[in-house]
Design a protein around this ligand. Sequence first.
Ligand SMILES: Cc1cc2nc3c(=O)[nH]c(=O)nc-3n(C[C@H](O)[C@H](O)[C@H](O)COP(=O)(O)O)c2cc1C
Length: 230
Amino acid sequence: MTNRNDESRFLNEYAKVRVDYSGQTLDEADLLSHPLGQFQAWYAEVVDLGIPEPNAMVLSTSTTSGAVSARHVLLKEVDRRGFIFFSNYQSDKARDIQQNPSVALTFSWIAIFRQVLISGVCEKLSDIESATYFKTRPRGAQIAAHASEQSEVLLSRTELEERYVELEREFEGSEIPKPEHWGGYLVIPRSIEFWSGRSSRLHDRLRFISLNPQPDLSKAQDWRIERKSP
Ligand SMILES: Cc1cc2nc3c(=O)[nH]c(=O)nc-3n(C[C@H](O)[C@H](O)[C@H](O)COP(=O)(O)O)c2cc1C
């Protein structure tokens, strides 16, 4: 049996990974005056570096009874209102959001020792905006949005594939409409933290905090900035 107080327990393959982070300095003087600009500047760097799936973010949700879930989704737009992703309105995440619209988003750009942490409130995007985005999706993804009852239990993969093939036939030669149960979500941030990993765990953390329930991400006056201890 392992002795819980034996230090050698922590000389294992997990604990021995010890990287001294060498991220760039993040000074108040370098920070752009509004979070939209700052996010776009960091995002452009991540794209230039060729980091895979730069727009992947972890969406954390919870039920009213406090059960928490997290999963990746893809950022499809960020504008003055907030951060936009698309999903199934009958999924587990949708059920959570309906119960409790408070959510968190996490961008993990570990390759350059950065993360962005967003805490905010989630609401459905308008049907028009969702339909506009749906039109831009590849046909296969459009059919999949119809075929998948996201988060439901499947008896087999065949069940899903058969539904897909059936729908492919049904929609042959015609434009595929956006399913009712599918669309976008807008996360309106309450706070946005820019985190840069620094040597000896003395990381930089600068956080924009909204001064307005419907802040404009491109207006400096809607935000105050604070430095957090690492
Ligand atoms: C990199 C990555 C990106 C993803 N993007 C999306 C997305 O944009 N929308 C989505 O509904 N699911 C996306 N998924 C799948 C989700 O992580 C998740 O499995 C699905 O949404 C069901 O979640 P739920 O059952 O908690 O509602 C993505 C998964 C990965 C790994």
